[in-house]
Design a binder for this molecule. Structure first.
Ligand SMILES: Nc1ncnc2c1ncn2[C@@H]1O[C@H](COP(=O)(O)OP(=O)(O)OP(=O)(O)O)[C@@H](O)[C@H]1O
Ligand SMILES: [Mg+2]
Length: 326
């Protein structure tokens, strides 16, 4: 293998793209909360926002703050093909850094189209879809995990993320539309492996679903398994439906576990009622604790699957090396 490819691959060993072409299936919520849980557990985490709408900035509470460059740094990094250090917003939480998305990323799709036209049929080392990989590789050594929040319905930016990622997590809802979207992801995944052969599938996550809807979950498992050629890469953990907590999170720029802590501190409802005449802040939903628990479980499961996949690969590599020596 080409030396550059080996270096890039080693550096990007724990880059996870969270992707589904379908909109509103939980990509951003999972990136924010999975990243938040891993960071709270002491892992060094970088989140990369590839979205023009930058909802990740809402979930983290960074929109309009001094760190919010609207995606300018990421765009510049890709234009300059990694010759410019990637501007990272450090410490948006302890152990949690961010590469911002935003409206400046609107220029990224036409840029990638022109790069693709400039190198028709390019693949492997020369593929323009390795541009994000080149930008991330120099900073990757500082992190245990890098999560990329992919945009909906944008094949070009999704391919850019898949060119940089080692692993893919696909959130989905259990409705027919979500599961049809899963088939599209499976197709893109197969295509992206031609640019980035090291791309692996970590698993799918059911998002905003009833925790007791076991028959629906079983049907989703079969549909996902069929989309991915008989494998059933569905995480056991689901993220429960919790609309009020979701609204609290985006309105306040807080992660589920942060809302959990704040909800536990708020006075009892009857104390609030006694404060006649005082303007009342809306009460936080106590469901935040259950949602936070879902994300904790998910973080635990993701780390375990990641470790077992890495161990299986190392064992495979060792066997291969032994075979070559024999
Ligand atoms: N546990 C939950 N239950 C119900 N709704 C939720 C939950 N968590 C988040 N949401 C809401 O679901 C919507 C979609 O979530 P999110 O933005 O994470 O999806 P997305 O796949 O990133 O969307 P897009 O494709 O538009 O980027 C948002 O309005 C979010 O507030
Ligand atoms: Mg999103």
């Amino acid at each position: 293998m080409h030396a550059l490819a080996v270096d890039r691959q080693t550096a990007l060993a724990r880059v996870i793209a969270v992707t589904n072409d379908k909109g509103g299936v939980g990509k951003t919520s999972i990136v924010a909360n999975l990243g938040g849980q891993l960071a709270a557990a002491g892992y060094r985490v970088l989140l990369v926002d590839l979205n023009r709408q930058a909802n990740l900035a809402d979930d983290l509470g960074t929109r309009g703050t001094s760190v919010d460059d609207q995606g300018e740094g990421l765009l510049t990094g890709i234009v300059l093909e990694g010759r410019h250090p990637l501007p990272v917003a450090f410490g948006v939480r302890p152990n949690l850094d961010l590469v911002c998305g935003g409206t400046r990323l609107e220029a990224l799709t036409p840029l990638m189209v022109s790069k693709t036209m400039g190198s028709p049929g390019s693949s492997g080392q020369s593929s323009p879809f390795l541009a994000l990989a080149d930008v991330l590789a120099p900073v990757a050594e500082h992190y245990d995990v890098i999560l990329i929040d992919c945009p909906p319905e944008n094949f070009i930016l999704t391919d850019l993320a898949l060119g940089a990622a080692r692993w893919v997590i696909m959130p989905t809802k259990t409705d027919i539309g979500g599961l049809v979207g899963m088939t599209l992801v499976a197709e893109r995944f197969a295509k992206a492996q031609q640019i980035n052969p090291s791309l692996g599938l970590l698993g799918a996550v059911l998002f905003a679903t009833g925790t007791k809807a076991t028959a629906i979950h079983a049907a989703a498992r079969s549909a996902i398994s069929a989309a991915f050629g008989g494998q059933s890469p569905l995480f056991t953990t689901v993220v429960r439906h919790a609309e009020r907590t979701a609204q609290d999170a985006r309105r306040l720029g807080k992660l589920a576990h942060e809302l959990e802590a704040e909800a536990a501190q708020q006075p009892a409802w009857w104390v609030t009622l006694r404060n006649h005449g005082e303007p009342q802040a809306p009460r936080l939903s106590a469901t935040a604790a259950s949602v936070a628990a879902d994300y904790r479980e998910l973080a635990y499961e993701v780390l375990n699957v990641l470790r077992s996949m890495e161990q299986a690969e190392q064992a495979g590599a060792a066997l291969g090396a032994a075979g070559e020596r024999a």
